[in-house]
Design a protein around this ligand. Structure first.
Ligand SMILES: [Zn+2]
Length: 69
């Protein structure tokens, strides 16, 4: 018998979804599952914030290096 609900994601799956979301739009169902996980998990929202910080830093870096040409 399966113990997990269909929308439940483990932290490992949630972080994989967070990373995948960086370069692609998640299917609605995965997006909802991810949001649900972020609502009940303590660690993953922290990881999400790190990814956002990293992404912003990358964007700025790209802007800087793009202005050279
Ligand atoms: Zn988690």
């Amino acid at each position: 018998m399966k113990s997990s609900l269909p929308f439940m994601r483990s932290c490992k799956e949630a972080s994989a979804l967070l990373i995948a979301r960086e370069d692609q739009t998640l299917p609605l169902r995965e997006s909802l599952a991810l949001r649900l996980h972020l609502a009940i998990c303590a660690a993953c929202p922290r990881f999400e914030r790190q990814l956002l910080t990293l992404r912003n830093a990358m964007k700025q870096w790209r802007n800087y290096s793009g202005d050279d040409k």
